[in-house]
Design a binder for this molecule. Structure first.
Ligand code: C2E
Ligand code: MG
Ligand code: MG
Length: 472
């Protein structure tokens, strides 16, 4: 039989354990959200006047993947490591809490969060870089945001909400830096969500269309091809630019719908131009990396070509330089499959990221489009001119055709020729246009006065062109 004191101890222990359980996350021992918020509110009420509070929201991005790979043991180990690292990284006076399965909160106090104090916040997040979980090297991927009291808000609830908005933004832009909350973030996130919904509706309501911009031989003005560019005219908002909606579409299956729409429309239009007796030599289509990395990418290109037959050799796929940094091996595999269908590959917006010669050399590419930021005003400085010359020299070495993007002025055209670019595209020749207008352009351009004015008669300088042999 238990004695009186033993019973008392038992009860006391049970009471304390229950109380602990009410205030703590039992998996990590950190404060649970309710307790964290109480403590934060108390800080905000009772803190020394003039002191500031920083609330950091840390979201573990790869928890689901760890769970898929290793099951709950892997996910639990990951969370335990994060909690442990956070505890070790912050001062004993700070508050650490768990908001949800994958979100942690850290509150810090300081006289003023100047740049030194902000570096301290970054350092807390930096300790979460690669660490071993279950004996394997697991990257802990996090996104973090921070909001400050009183400069952002004096409400504990808003402080948490604002830091979470900043973290969502950091996750969205894949930033490894802790992003500070800005008042515009609220609107940005809501607009992103709204854009997704509106895009789906816009697809169903045929608000999207394709326009074409020709590219011509630099020496002679001969039409070499045209690039298909998507346009969205929203009923209330008017024109929404691709640079605004493509990045949002890339986060979901919407990007697949865009690929299917762009390709099938462009292939149909190309067939009509051919039937009218003015075939387009090469149809260029922009494809996102979000499309290419999908397992069904090659299959869907095949299906599109079966439904809208066009010889693969009449198609060029444009991909931006950034794909080379994402997964070179997968990219190389995809382009080999495309090339087996006869399709050629151009690197778009070249120069916006630095891709070394060695990377480019390994890939069977066909063309390089020099970003318009280099072409704009290229004639004005020797520096810009020599940079373009170097890019062209590099392309030559790699046996790639070069296309200058965004040529707007006569002086830029002259410079582009001087540099030795093979082709050019830009408002000077023509802005992107609807398919019917493109049909007229294909008929009229060869003998037009405009071509004669810019390129000095139909075949004036054709002999200067260096045609690059196609690479195997
Ligand atoms: P991009 O592929 O580099 O396309 C060229 C962009 O430059 C187009 O902008 C075009 O309208 C613009 N442009 C052409 N000539 C000139 C010029 O002389 N001066 C200036 N300032 N701009 C010129 P746009 O149509 O707004 O497209 C922006 C980007 O969106 C494209 O860049 C491409 O990366 C992407 N995009 C467009 N359509 C599609 C699509 O169907 N699918 C995918 N995945 N991306 C697309
Ligand atoms: Mg392009
Ligand atoms: Mg481009």
């Amino acid at each position: 039989m238990q004695g009186f004191f033993e019973n008392e101890i038992d009860n006391e222990l049970r009471r304390q354990m229950l109380a602990y359980g009410e205030r703590h996350d039992l998996q990590t021992g950190l404060l649970n959200y309710a307790a964290f918020q109480d403590a934060l509110a108390a800080w905000m009420r009772n803190g020394a006047p003039g002191r500031e509070i920083a609330l950091v929201w840390i979201e573990v991005l790869n928890l689901r993947r760890e769970f898929a790979l290793w099951g709950s043991r892997g996910a639990d180990a990951l969370i335990a490591r994060v909690a442990e690292a956070l505890r070790a990284a912050v001062d004993p006076g700070a508050l650490i809490g768990r908001y949800s399965a994958r979100c942690f909160l850290v509150a810090l106090e300081a006289e003023h969060f100047d740049s030194k104090e902000r570096r301290r916040i970054q350092a807390i997040v930096d300790v979460l870089s690669p660490m071993r979980v279950l004996g394997t090297r697991s990257m802990i991927e996090v996104a973090a945001g921070v909001a400050f009291c009183p400069s952002d808000t004096t409400s504990a609830e808003d402080l948490v909400r604002f830091s979470s908005l900043a973290a969502s933004r950091a996750a969205y832009v894949r930033s490894s830096t802790v992003l500070a909350f800005r008042s515009g973030m609220n609107n940005t996130l809501m607009r992103d969500h709204q854009l997704e919904t509106e895009m789906l509706r816009g697809m169903a309501q045929k608000q999207f269309r394709i326009v074409y911009q020709p590219n011509v031989e630099a020496a002679s003005g001969k039409i070499l091809g045209a690039e298909a560019l998507i346009r969205w005219n929203h009923l209330d908002w008017g024109a929404v630019t691709p640079s605004e909606f493509i990045p949002i579409a890339e986060r979901s299956d919407l990007i697949q719908l865009i690929l299917e729409f762009t390709m099938s429309t462009a292939l149909k239009d190309a067939r009509q131009w051919a039937e009218a007796g003015t075939p387009l030599p090469l149809l260029a289509v922009n494809v996102s990396w979000a499309n290419m990395r999908r397992n069904d990418f090659i299959r869907s290109i095949r299906t599109l070509l079966e439904e809208n037959p066009l010889d693969g050799t009449q198609i060029e796929i444009e991909v931006t330089e950034s794909v080379l940094f994402d997964d070179e091996e997968l990219f190389a595999a995809r382009i080999r499959q495309l090339k087996a269908m006869g399709i050629s590959i151009a690197i778009d917006d070249f120069g916006t990221r630095y891709t070394g010669f060695n990377v480019l050399k390994r890939l069977p590419l066909d063309a390089m489009k020099i970003d318009r930021c280099f072409i704009h005003g290229v004639h004005r400085t020797q520096e810009a001119l020599s940079l373009c010359q170097t890019i062209v020299a590099m392309a030559r070495q790699l046996k790639l055709r070069t296309i200058a993007e965004g040529v707007e002025q006569r002086a830029e055209l002259d410079a582009v020729r001087e540099i030795g670019c093979d082709a050019l595209q830009g408002f000077l020749v023509h802005a992107p246009m609807a398919s019917t207008r493109m049909a007229d352009f294909l008929k009229e351009w060869p003998e037009s006065a405009r071509r004669a004015e810019l390129f000095g008669g139909s075949h004036a300088k054709a002999s200067r062109v260096v045609t690059m042999p196609a690479r195997a």
